[in-house]
Write a protein that binds this ligand. Sequence first.
Ligand code: ADP
Ligand code: ZN
Length: 430
Amino acid sequence: MFWDQESETLSRPALEALQLQRLQQTVSRLAARVPFYQQKFAELGVGPDDIRRLEDVRRLPFTTAADLRAIYPSGLLAVEADEPVRLHTSSGTTGKPKAIFFSRNDVNTAADMIARSLVAAGITRADVFQNMMSYGLFTGGLVMHYGAERVGCLVIPAGPGTSERQLMLMQDFGTTAVHILPSYALYFANYLEQKGIDPRKDLKLRKAFVGAEPHTEQTRKRIEEAFGVDVYNSYGLTEMNGPGVAFECEQKAGMHLWEDCFLLEIIDPATGEPLPDGQRGELVLTTLKREAMPILRYRTRDITSVIAEPCPCGRTHRRIHRITGRSDDMLIIRGVNIFPQQIEQVLMSMPQVGRNYLIIVEGLDDLTVKVELSDRGFDGQVEHLAALQNQLVEKLKAEIWVRPKVDLVPPGSLPVAEGKAKRVLDKRSL
Ligand code: ADP
Ligand code: ZN
Protein backbone atom coordinates (compact mmCIF):
# COMPACT_ATOMS: atom_id res chain seq x y z
CA MET A 1 0.00 0.00 0.00
CA PHE A 2 1.18 3.47 -0.87
CA TRP A 3 0.15 6.97 0.08
CA ASP A 4 1.75 8.55 -2.97
CA GLN A 5 2.90 5.69 -5.16
CA GLU A 6 4.35 7.85 -7.90
CA SER A 7 6.64 9.85 -5.62
CA GLU A 8 7.56 6.86 -3.51
CA THR A 9 8.60 4.68 -6.44
CA LEU A 10 10.25 7.22 -8.76
CA SER A 11 13.14 5.68 -10.68
CA ARG A 12 16.50 6.60 -9.19
CA PRO A 13 17.44 8.86 -12.13
CA ALA A 14 14.10 10.69 -11.86
CA LEU A 15 14.44 11.00 -8.10
CA GLU A 16 17.97 12.33 -8.39
CA ALA A 17 16.98 14.82 -11.08
CA LEU A 18 14.23 16.08 -8.77
CA GLN A 19 16.70 16.32 -5.90
CA LEU A 20 19.11 18.37 -8.00
CA GLN A 21 16.39 20.72 -9.14
CA ARG A 22 15.17 21.24 -5.57
CA LEU A 23 18.70 21.67 -4.24
CA GLN A 24 19.38 24.36 -6.82
CA GLN A 25 16.15 26.15 -5.89
CA THR A 26 16.99 25.95 -2.21
CA VAL A 27 20.49 27.35 -2.66
CA SER A 28 19.18 30.17 -4.83
CA ARG A 29 16.61 31.13 -2.21
CA LEU A 30 19.16 31.11 0.56
CA ALA A 31 21.64 33.13 -1.49
CA ALA A 32 18.96 35.72 -2.17
CA ARG A 33 17.41 35.95 1.27
CA VAL A 34 19.32 34.57 4.24
CA PRO A 35 22.28 36.58 5.57
CA PHE A 36 23.62 33.60 7.56
CA TYR A 37 24.07 31.57 4.36
CA GLN A 38 25.07 34.57 2.25
CA GLN A 39 28.01 35.02 4.56
CA LYS A 40 28.93 31.33 4.52
CA PHE A 41 28.68 31.20 0.71
CA ALA A 42 30.96 34.23 0.48
CA GLU A 43 33.53 32.65 2.80
CA LEU A 44 33.58 29.46 0.70
CA GLY A 45 33.32 31.24 -2.62
CA VAL A 46 30.27 29.23 -3.75
CA GLY A 47 26.94 30.25 -5.17
CA PRO A 48 23.85 28.80 -6.85
CA ASP A 49 25.66 28.48 -10.19
CA ASP A 50 28.14 26.04 -8.69
CA ILE A 51 25.47 23.40 -8.05
CA ARG A 52 25.47 21.49 -11.35
CA ARG A 53 25.42 17.91 -10.08
CA LEU A 54 24.18 16.39 -6.82
CA GLU A 55 27.74 15.81 -5.63
CA ASP A 56 28.25 19.56 -5.68
CA VAL A 57 26.35 19.64 -2.40
CA ARG A 58 29.77 18.97 -0.88
CA ARG A 59 30.85 22.46 -1.83
CA LEU A 60 28.15 23.90 0.41
CA PRO A 61 28.66 24.74 4.08
CA PHE A 62 27.60 22.50 6.94
CA THR A 63 25.04 23.80 9.43
CA THR A 64 25.45 22.73 13.05
CA ALA A 65 23.27 22.68 16.13
CA ALA A 66 25.51 25.42 17.52
CA ASP A 67 24.70 27.58 14.46
CA LEU A 68 20.98 27.17 15.09
CA ARG A 69 21.34 27.94 18.78
CA ALA A 70 23.40 31.02 18.02
CA ILE A 71 20.69 32.53 15.84
CA TYR A 72 17.87 31.62 18.27
CA PRO A 73 15.18 32.95 18.42
CA SER A 74 15.17 34.53 14.99
CA GLY A 75 15.61 31.40 12.86
CA LEU A 76 17.00 31.51 9.33
CA LEU A 77 13.86 32.72 7.63
CA ALA A 78 13.82 32.55 3.83
CA VAL A 79 10.30 34.01 3.72
CA GLU A 80 8.70 37.24 4.91
CA ALA A 81 8.34 37.45 8.68
CA ASP A 82 4.54 37.07 8.55
CA GLU A 83 4.65 33.90 6.43
CA PRO A 84 5.34 31.16 9.00
CA VAL A 85 2.31 29.60 10.66
CA ARG A 86 3.96 27.22 13.12
CA LEU A 87 6.91 27.14 15.48
CA HIS A 88 8.55 24.13 17.08
CA THR A 89 11.67 23.98 19.18
CA SER A 90 13.90 21.03 19.96
CA SER A 91 13.81 19.88 23.54
CA GLY A 92 17.31 21.29 23.92
CA THR A 93 19.04 19.03 26.38
CA THR A 94 21.88 21.52 26.69
CA GLY A 95 21.71 25.29 26.51
CA LYS A 96 19.27 27.18 24.33
CA PRO A 97 16.78 25.34 22.14
CA LYS A 98 16.69 25.53 18.35
CA ALA A 99 13.67 27.26 16.85
CA ILE A 100 12.24 25.90 13.61
CA PHE A 101 9.59 27.80 11.62
CA PHE A 102 7.06 26.24 9.24
CA SER A 103 5.11 27.88 6.44
CA ARG A 104 1.67 26.51 5.58
CA ASN A 105 3.21 24.43 2.80
CA ASP A 106 5.85 23.16 5.21
CA VAL A 107 3.13 21.97 7.60
CA ASN A 108 1.49 20.18 4.67
CA THR A 109 4.71 18.61 3.47
CA ALA A 110 5.48 17.30 6.95
CA ALA A 111 1.98 15.79 7.19
CA ASP A 112 2.44 14.16 3.79
CA MET A 113 5.72 12.56 4.80
CA ILE A 114 4.05 11.12 7.90
CA ALA A 115 1.11 9.91 5.84
CA ARG A 116 3.48 8.10 3.47
CA SER A 117 5.26 6.59 6.43
CA LEU A 118 2.19 5.35 8.26
CA VAL A 119 0.64 3.88 5.12
CA ALA A 120 3.95 2.17 4.31
CA ALA A 121 3.59 0.41 7.66
CA GLY A 122 0.04 -0.70 6.86
CA ILE A 123 -2.00 2.02 8.57
CA THR A 124 -5.37 2.83 7.00
CA ARG A 125 -8.21 5.23 7.71
CA ALA A 126 -9.84 2.50 9.75
CA ASP A 127 -7.13 2.74 12.40
CA VAL A 128 -7.59 4.46 15.74
CA PHE A 129 -4.29 6.19 16.35
CA GLN A 130 -3.36 7.14 19.90
CA ASN A 131 -0.49 9.62 19.95
CA MET A 132 1.21 9.19 23.30
CA MET A 133 3.93 11.75 22.64
CA SER A 134 4.04 15.16 24.22
CA TYR A 135 2.01 17.87 22.46
CA GLY A 136 3.46 21.35 22.50
CA LEU A 137 6.81 22.52 21.27
CA PHE A 138 7.96 18.93 20.73
CA THR A 139 7.25 17.78 17.16
CA GLY A 140 6.30 14.22 18.19
CA GLY A 141 2.86 15.50 19.13
CA LEU A 142 1.47 17.88 16.53
CA VAL A 143 3.51 16.86 13.48
CA MET A 144 2.60 13.20 13.89
CA HIS A 145 -0.99 14.15 14.66
CA TYR A 146 -1.45 16.04 11.39
CA GLY A 147 0.01 13.15 9.43
CA ALA A 148 -2.21 10.51 11.01
CA GLU A 149 -5.23 12.75 10.49
CA ARG A 150 -4.28 13.14 6.85
CA VAL A 151 -4.40 9.35 6.43
CA GLY A 152 -7.90 9.52 7.85
CA CYS A 153 -7.33 7.73 11.14
CA LEU A 154 -9.30 8.68 14.20
CA VAL A 155 -6.47 10.40 16.06
CA ILE A 156 -6.51 10.55 19.84
CA PRO A 157 -4.18 13.32 21.06
CA ALA A 158 -3.50 11.54 24.34
CA GLY A 159 -0.14 13.18 24.95
CA PRO A 160 2.07 11.75 27.67
CA GLY A 161 -0.70 11.49 30.31
CA THR A 162 -0.80 8.91 33.05
CA SER A 163 -0.75 5.22 32.21
CA GLU A 164 -4.19 4.89 33.74
CA ARG A 165 -5.62 7.40 31.28
CA GLN A 166 -3.76 5.90 28.32
CA LEU A 167 -5.27 2.53 29.12
CA MET A 168 -8.74 3.98 29.54
CA LEU A 169 -8.54 5.66 26.12
CA MET A 170 -7.30 2.45 24.51
CA GLN A 171 -10.18 0.47 25.98
CA ASP A 172 -12.90 3.05 25.39
CA PHE A 173 -12.03 3.91 21.80
CA GLY A 174 -10.49 0.66 20.59
CA THR A 175 -7.03 2.03 19.84
CA THR A 176 -5.30 -0.01 17.12
CA ALA A 177 -2.05 1.94 16.71
CA VAL A 178 0.11 4.00 19.02
CA HIS A 179 2.99 6.43 18.66
CA ILE A 180 5.12 6.04 21.75
CA LEU A 181 8.62 6.47 23.14
CA PRO A 182 10.35 3.09 23.37
CA SER A 183 11.31 3.71 27.00
CA TYR A 184 7.70 4.54 27.86
CA ALA A 185 6.44 1.49 25.96
CA LEU A 186 8.53 -0.74 28.23
CA TYR A 187 7.26 1.09 31.29
CA PHE A 188 3.67 0.87 30.09
CA ALA A 189 4.08 -2.88 29.54
CA ASN A 190 4.92 -3.20 33.24
CA TYR A 191 1.89 -1.15 34.14
CA LEU A 192 -0.44 -3.40 32.12
CA GLU A 193 1.09 -6.47 33.71
CA GLN A 194 0.43 -5.08 37.18
CA LYS A 195 -3.15 -4.31 36.23
CA GLY A 196 -3.60 -7.85 34.97
CA ILE A 197 -4.32 -6.62 31.44
CA ASP A 198 -3.35 -8.91 28.58
CA PRO A 199 -2.98 -6.62 25.57
CA ARG A 200 -3.54 -9.50 23.14
CA LYS A 201 -6.97 -10.26 24.62
CA ASP A 202 -8.04 -7.03 26.26
CA LEU A 203 -6.89 -4.43 23.70
CA LYS A 204 -7.12 -4.00 19.95
CA LEU A 205 -3.57 -2.77 19.41
CA ARG A 206 -1.86 -4.02 16.27
CA LYS A 207 0.88 -1.54 15.49
CA ALA A 208 3.24 0.70 17.45
CA PHE A 209 5.44 3.43 16.07
CA VAL A 210 8.42 4.03 18.26
CA GLY A 211 11.03 6.68 17.89
CA ALA A 212 12.42 9.97 19.15
CA GLU A 213 15.08 8.17 21.13
CA PRO A 214 17.68 5.53 20.33
CA HIS A 215 16.69 1.94 20.99
CA THR A 216 17.93 -1.47 19.96
CA GLU A 217 16.50 -4.36 17.97
CA GLN A 218 16.20 -6.25 21.29
CA THR A 219 14.00 -3.46 22.64
CA ARG A 220 11.80 -3.66 19.55
CA LYS A 221 11.36 -7.40 20.15
CA ARG A 222 10.48 -6.83 23.79
CA ILE A 223 7.83 -4.28 22.91
CA GLU A 224 6.43 -6.56 20.22
CA GLU A 225 6.24 -9.47 22.66
CA ALA A 226 4.79 -7.43 25.50
CA PHE A 227 1.92 -6.02 23.45
CA GLY A 228 1.53 -8.52 20.62
CA VAL A 229 2.01 -5.76 18.01
CA ASP A 230 4.28 -4.96 15.09
CA VAL A 231 6.73 -2.24 16.04
CA TYR A 232 8.05 0.18 13.42
CA ASN A 233 11.06 2.40 13.90
CA SER A 234 10.45 6.08 13.19
CA TYR A 235 13.24 8.61 12.87
CA GLY A 236 13.13 12.35 12.79
CA LEU A 237 14.42 15.51 14.35
CA THR A 238 12.95 18.94 14.93
CA GLU A 239 15.44 20.58 12.60
CA MET A 240 14.03 18.45 9.73
CA ASN A 241 10.28 18.84 10.63
CA GLY A 242 10.31 16.23 13.39
CA PRO A 243 8.99 12.70 12.78
CA GLY A 244 8.56 11.48 9.21
CA VAL A 245 12.15 11.86 8.00
CA ALA A 246 12.81 8.13 7.82
CA PHE A 247 10.40 5.34 8.60
CA GLU A 248 10.20 1.57 8.35
CA CYS A 249 7.88 -0.03 5.84
CA GLU A 250 6.21 -3.38 6.48
CA GLN A 251 9.53 -5.15 5.85
CA LYS A 252 10.83 -3.73 9.17
CA ALA A 253 14.36 -3.76 7.76
CA GLY A 254 15.75 -0.25 7.83
CA MET A 255 14.02 3.11 7.47
CA HIS A 256 13.19 4.68 4.10
CA LEU A 257 14.47 8.23 4.14
CA TRP A 258 12.21 10.42 2.02
CA GLU A 259 14.78 11.53 -0.48
CA ASP A 260 12.58 13.89 -2.46
CA CYS A 261 12.38 16.01 0.71
CA PHE A 262 15.83 15.49 2.19
CA LEU A 263 19.22 15.06 0.60
CA LEU A 264 21.17 12.51 2.56
CA GLU A 265 24.90 12.25 3.14
CA ILE A 266 26.93 10.09 5.51
CA ILE A 267 30.18 11.64 6.61
CA ASP A 268 33.11 10.77 8.79
CA PRO A 269 32.26 12.87 11.86
CA ALA A 270 35.91 13.63 12.52
CA THR A 271 36.95 14.79 9.05
CA GLY A 272 33.65 15.73 7.38
CA GLU A 273 34.58 13.55 4.38
CA PRO A 274 31.82 11.56 2.63
CA LEU A 275 31.54 7.84 3.33
CA PRO A 276 30.28 5.24 0.84
CA ASP A 277 26.95 3.42 1.21
CA GLY A 278 27.12 0.75 3.88
CA GLN A 279 29.73 2.50 5.96
CA ARG A 280 28.71 3.88 9.32
CA GLY A 281 29.05 7.59 9.98
CA GLU A 282 27.19 10.78 10.81
CA LEU A 283 23.95 11.48 8.99
CA VAL A 284 23.89 14.89 7.29
CA LEU A 285 20.63 16.21 5.87
CA THR A 286 19.68 19.06 3.55
CA THR A 287 16.05 20.14 3.25
CA LEU A 288 14.86 20.09 -0.38
CA LYS A 289 11.27 21.26 -0.04
CA ARG A 290 11.30 23.62 2.94
CA GLU A 291 10.04 27.14 2.37
CA ALA A 292 10.20 28.96 5.67
CA MET A 293 13.53 27.71 6.93
CA PRO A 294 15.64 25.65 4.54
CA ILE A 295 18.73 24.14 6.15
CA LEU A 296 21.85 23.01 4.30
CA ARG A 297 23.90 19.99 5.30
CA TYR A 298 22.67 19.75 8.87
CA ARG A 299 25.00 17.73 11.08
CA THR A 300 22.52 15.52 12.94
CA ARG A 301 25.23 13.85 15.04
CA ASP A 302 23.23 10.65 14.59
CA ILE A 303 25.26 7.61 13.60
CA THR A 304 23.91 5.28 10.91
CA SER A 305 24.67 3.87 7.46
CA VAL A 306 22.86 3.66 4.14
CA ILE A 307 21.33 0.41 2.89
CA ALA A 308 21.77 0.71 -0.86
CA GLU A 309 19.96 -2.51 -1.86
CA PRO A 310 16.44 -1.94 -3.18
CA CYS A 311 13.63 -2.77 -0.75
CA PRO A 312 11.14 -5.51 -1.68
CA CYS A 313 8.30 -3.06 -0.95
CA GLY A 314 9.10 -1.21 -4.19
CA ARG A 315 9.94 2.16 -2.65
CA THR A 316 13.04 3.59 -4.29
CA HIS A 317 13.99 5.97 -1.48
CA ARG A 318 17.03 4.48 0.20
CA ARG A 319 16.92 3.11 3.71
CA ILE A 320 19.11 3.90 6.69
CA HIS A 321 19.96 1.49 9.47
CA ARG A 322 18.67 1.92 12.99
CA ILE A 323 20.51 4.83 14.64
CA THR A 324 23.21 3.32 16.80
CA GLY A 325 23.71 6.44 18.85
CA ARG A 326 24.36 10.10 18.75
CA SER A 327 27.98 11.13 18.43
CA ASP A 328 27.53 13.29 21.51
CA ASP A 329 26.12 10.32 23.50
CA MET A 330 29.38 8.49 23.08
CA LEU A 331 31.08 7.83 26.38
CA ILE A 332 34.82 7.63 26.57
CA ILE A 333 35.71 5.38 29.45
CA ARG A 334 39.35 4.54 30.08
CA GLY A 335 40.07 5.53 26.53
CA VAL A 336 37.45 3.22 25.04
CA ASN A 337 34.53 4.63 22.99
CA ILE A 338 31.22 3.25 24.20
CA PHE A 339 27.69 3.87 23.00
CA PRO A 340 24.86 3.35 25.52
CA GLN A 341 23.12 1.26 22.83
CA GLN A 342 25.79 -1.42 23.15
CA ILE A 343 24.89 -1.80 26.81
CA GLU A 344 21.15 -1.82 26.10
CA GLN A 345 21.58 -4.53 23.49
CA VAL A 346 23.22 -6.86 26.01
CA LEU A 347 20.70 -6.10 28.76
CA MET A 348 17.58 -6.47 26.64
CA SER A 349 18.70 -9.83 25.28
CA MET A 350 18.54 -11.32 28.81
CA PRO A 351 15.09 -12.48 29.99
CA GLN A 352 16.05 -12.03 33.66
CA VAL A 353 16.58 -8.34 32.99
CA GLY A 354 13.58 -6.05 33.38
CA ARG A 355 12.64 -3.01 31.37
CA ASN A 356 14.71 -0.17 32.78
CA TYR A 357 18.37 0.51 33.38
CA LEU A 358 20.71 3.38 34.18
CA ILE A 359 24.36 3.86 33.25
CA ILE A 360 26.44 5.80 35.76
CA VAL A 361 29.97 7.03 35.16
CA GLU A 362 31.83 8.60 38.05
CA GLY A 363 35.19 9.08 39.74
CA LEU A 364 38.08 8.02 37.58
CA ASP A 365 36.03 6.44 34.80
CA ASP A 366 34.15 3.96 36.96
CA LEU A 367 31.23 2.50 35.06
CA THR A 368 28.20 1.19 36.95
CA VAL A 369 25.15 -0.26 35.26
CA LYS A 370 22.01 -0.38 37.41
CA VAL A 371 19.70 -3.01 36.04
CA GLU A 372 16.10 -3.71 36.99
CA LEU A 373 15.27 -7.38 37.35
CA SER A 374 12.23 -8.73 35.58
CA ASP A 375 9.26 -9.98 37.62
CA ARG A 376 8.93 -13.34 36.03
CA GLY A 377 12.42 -14.11 34.82
CA PHE A 378 13.84 -14.41 38.30
CA ASP A 379 13.17 -16.64 41.30
CA GLY A 380 14.80 -14.45 43.98
CA GLN A 381 17.42 -16.96 45.14
CA VAL A 382 20.54 -15.17 46.31
CA GLU A 383 23.02 -17.47 44.60
CA HIS A 384 21.16 -17.07 41.34
CA LEU A 385 21.38 -13.30 41.74
CA ALA A 386 25.13 -13.48 42.15
CA ALA A 387 25.44 -15.71 39.09
CA LEU A 388 23.32 -13.35 37.01
CA GLN A 389 25.39 -10.40 38.14
CA ASN A 390 28.61 -12.12 37.07
CA GLN A 391 27.09 -13.18 33.78
CA LEU A 392 26.08 -9.59 33.03
CA VAL A 393 29.52 -8.26 33.91
CA GLU A 394 31.14 -10.75 31.54
CA LYS A 395 28.70 -10.18 28.70
CA LEU A 396 29.02 -6.42 28.99
CA LYS A 397 32.80 -6.64 29.17
CA ALA A 398 32.83 -8.71 25.96
CA GLU A 399 30.68 -6.08 24.21
CA ILE A 400 32.23 -2.83 25.43
CA TRP A 401 35.73 -3.90 26.47
CA VAL A 402 35.44 -2.24 29.84
CA ARG A 403 34.53 -4.15 33.00
CA PRO A 404 31.51 -2.47 34.57
CA LYS A 405 30.07 -2.85 38.04
CA VAL A 406 26.54 -4.25 37.78
CA ASP A 407 23.90 -3.46 40.43
CA LEU A 408 20.73 -5.51 40.27
CA VAL A 409 17.71 -3.61 41.56
CA PRO A 410 14.02 -4.49 41.98
CA PRO A 411 11.56 -3.97 39.12
CA GLY A 412 10.21 -0.44 38.93
CA SER A 413 12.83 1.06 41.24
CA LEU A 414 14.76 3.19 38.74
CA PRO A 415 13.55 6.67 37.83
CA VAL A 416 11.38 7.12 34.74
CA ALA A 417 11.78 10.38 32.82
CA GLU A 418 8.80 12.55 31.90
CA GLY A 419 9.77 12.67 28.22
CA LYS A 420 12.73 11.04 26.56
CA ALA A 421 14.58 8.57 28.76
CA LYS A 422 17.81 9.64 30.42
CA ARG A 423 19.91 6.50 30.34
CA VAL A 424 23.27 7.94 31.26
CA LEU A 425 24.34 9.83 34.35
CA ASP A 426 27.87 11.06 33.73
CA LYS A 427 28.95 12.46 37.08
CA ARG A 428 32.42 13.22 35.73
CA SER A 429 31.09 16.33 34.04
CA LEU A 430 29.25 17.65 37.12
P1 ADP B 1 16.41 16.96 20.93
O1 ADP B 1 17.44 17.18 19.86
O2 ADP B 1 16.37 18.08 21.89
O3 ADP B 1 16.46 15.62 21.57
P2 ADP B 1 14.42 16.21 18.93
O4 ADP B 1 13.07 15.80 19.29
O5 ADP B 1 14.57 17.03 17.72
O6 ADP B 1 14.99 17.01 20.17
O7 ADP B 1 15.33 14.92 18.84
C1 ADP B 1 15.78 14.38 17.64
C2 ADP B 1 16.81 13.35 17.96
O8 ADP B 1 16.19 12.22 18.58
C3 ADP B 1 17.48 12.80 16.73
O9 ADP B 1 18.52 13.62 16.29
C4 ADP B 1 17.97 11.46 17.27
O10 ADP B 1 19.17 11.61 18.02
C5 ADP B 1 16.87 11.03 18.21
N1 ADP B 1 15.96 10.10 17.52
C6 ADP B 1 14.78 10.40 16.93
N2 ADP B 1 14.21 9.29 16.41
C7 ADP B 1 15.06 8.27 16.66
C8 ADP B 1 15.04 6.87 16.36
N3 ADP B 1 14.04 6.26 15.73
N4 ADP B 1 16.11 6.14 16.74
C9 ADP B 1 17.13 6.73 17.39
N5 ADP B 1 17.20 8.01 17.72
C10 ADP B 1 16.17 8.79 17.35
ZN1 ZN C 1 10.46 -0.83 2.01
